[in-house]
Design a protein around this ligand. Structure first.
Ligand SMILES: [Zn+2]
Length: 113
């Protein structure tokens, strides 16, 4: 593991608080950050129902963008029940000053086959 969960939780909380206030979420439900399993297909994944933000255990590069991406899913869902990379998700990414890219390139240090 190349990162500390508590640091990722802090980043997630900060971004979530910022976006939640901007879109006037009635109740802030901070996503819980966890380390996903090695076979997680993505750099990060947001579980809508459980409100869990999972990060790939070998995620190294693009970690902040990955967290931001998933936090935007959490807020888009709680704000407009949107589960896709749709307009609300895109607006939230822009509010964080990020391009609404769906993939984070080179998110692993080394890609093993
Ligand atoms: Zn996504």
């Amino acid at each position: 593991m190349h990162y500390q969960v508590k640091d990722c939780q802090k980043i997630s909380d900060r971004l979530y608080r910022k976006l939640g206030k901007k879109v006037f979420l009635n109740e802030l439900k901070y996503p819980k950050v966890k380390i996903g399993t090695k076979d997680l297909e993505y750099a990060g994944y947001y579980y809508f129902k459980e409100n869990i933000l999972a990060l790939h255990p070998r995620l190294a590069l693009g970690i902040k963008e990955t967290i931001a991406h998933e936090v935007c899913h959490a807020v888009a869902y709680q704000w407009k029940t949107q589960k896709t990379h749709g307009i609300y998700w895109k607006i939230l990414m822009r509010l964080l000053g990020l391009k609404p890219r769906i993939r984070t390139e080179d998110w692993r240090l080394s890609k093993r086959k």
